[in-house]
Design a protein around this ligand. Structure first.
Ligand code: FEO
Length: 397
């Protein structure tokens, strides 16, 4: 990869991480990128750095653009998480910046991470701006998108929003712009990123979108810290964030289940068939040990109904179901219809537990759940068909 000029005198200087497959529990089956940006003006500013392991790529790109990275005057830390700050100590040693701009929470977090109170911090808050010469950088704190320290940097002369984690996606590509990649695949990665990283913060996303509108920011380009740059269709991702953060759903049901000896799986199929017969054509069957939790939660993002199935194991649910439920609870999906089913051998508590978890998440529970002892007969599966019909009816309301 080479540094790429994304606007006049503004460069992508980040790193593409082709081989990462696990990003603290998120399956990055197509890698990711850590995007850092450089503005060449009377003052030269670097926006964020990259993960420590790939700092050589960042340094290489800085040499390409500047000849000498120590020409950089300012480092702007939009986000402290280690995928953007991991190489900061080495970069500060190399650059010896005059100032390091960060939010108030950013300064706190940087000191807690790197224990260097002597760095030349310059704290900025929403509404503050700095001049680099011809170009201005306006700051907008975006607490909890993704961490308390996060902020956006907006360059009004270029109508460019450097958006940190927001509007990003984990996808390693040789292309750097939205119009160079497959749009469907791009939105699939963007939805997965939103579901796994930002769904919990949906109310904050709504407030931020309203604030951006109120401030009248004209956005021609969005440059996030991961994935490709929204050069042609920034409106597409802004509108998607509005839909996802409002919890807008499709007429889609997701059946998430585990099974020991295929009895609960037979029940899952009966529920699915009944949904299909009732006209719900978008149904996903997700065996929880065959699908990664980060892919399952992506399907949950825009599903109207979430139906959970588990056999009873040791008076409880299967461990892999506990995993996805814990993950889902943390991410707080909104306004879902829920239902439960499961087979059992003797005690049969799983359905009660599944229903309890969905109640905790505020799901609108349909029916009392279906339990079947040992292997379901055709007759017994009618209960699952009825559950599927009841869910379909609730979805059509
Ligand atoms: Fe890409 Fe919250 O770090």
């Amino acid at each position: 990869m080479a540094a790429i000029e994304i606007k006049k005198d503004i460069y992508w200087v980040g790193a593409v991480d082709w081989n990462i497959r696990d990003f603290h529990g998120y399956s990055t089956e197509k890698g990711t990128s850590y995007n850092a940006y450089l503005i060449k003006d009377e003052k030269i500013a670097l926006f964020d750095t990259v993960k420590k392991e790939v700092k050589g790529d960042l340094i290489h790109h800085l040499y390409q653009v500047l000849g000498d990275p120590s020409k950089i005057d300012y480092i702007i830390v939009n986000h402290v998480e280690m995928d953007h700050s991991g190489s900061l100590p080495e970069m500060i040693d190399l650059i010896k910046p005059e100032k390091i701009f960060c939010s108030p929470m950013g300064k706190k977090a940087l000191i807690e991470h790197f224990h260097r109170e002597d760095w030349p911090f310059e704290v900025v808050a929403t509404g503050d701006s700095i001049s680099l010469g011809k170009k201005t950088v306006q700051f907008l704190e975006t607490k909890m998108l993704h961490w308390p320290d996060s902020m956006f940097s907006y360059i009004p002369e270029d109508k460019l929003l450097i958006s940190s984690d927001a509007f990003g996606h984990h996808w390693a590509t040789s292309e750097r712009f939205d119009d160079e990649v497959d749009p469907h695949e791009l939105m699939t990665h963007a939805a997965k990123y939103y579901a796994n990283i930002l769904m919990i913060f949906s109310p904050i996303v709504q407030k931020l979108l309203a604030q951006v509108k109120e401030m009248g920011l004209q956005i021609e380009m969005i440059a996030p810290d991961h994935g490709v740059i929204w050069r042609t269709s920034p409106q597409t991702i802004l509108e998607a964030y509005d839909r996802w953060s409002r919890g807008e759903t499709k007429n889609k049901a997701v059946i998430i289940y585990d099974t020991m000896w295929h009895s609960t799986e037979k029940m899952a199929k009966a529920v699915m068939n009944s949904l299909l017969q009732a006209g719900i054509t978008n149904v996903k069957m997700l065996h929880v040990r065959k699908n990664h939790r980060s892919d399952i939660i992506t399907e949950v993002l825009d599903a109207k109904a979430v139906i959970l199935g588990s056999p009873t194991l040791n008076n409880n649910i299967m461990p892999a179901m506990a995993d996805i439920i814990t993950y889902m609870k943390g991410l707080r999906p909104k306004d879902k219809i829920g239902a439960a089913f499961g087979s059992f051998g003797w005690s049969g508590e799983a359905v009660k537990h599944l229903t309890g978890h969905m109640t905790d998440m505020g799901f609108d529970i349909v029916g009392e759940g279906v339990k079947i002892k040992n292997v379901p007969s055709h007759e017994a599966l009618k209960g699952c068909s009825e559950l599927g019909s009841a869910v379909a009816a609730a979805m059509k309301k």
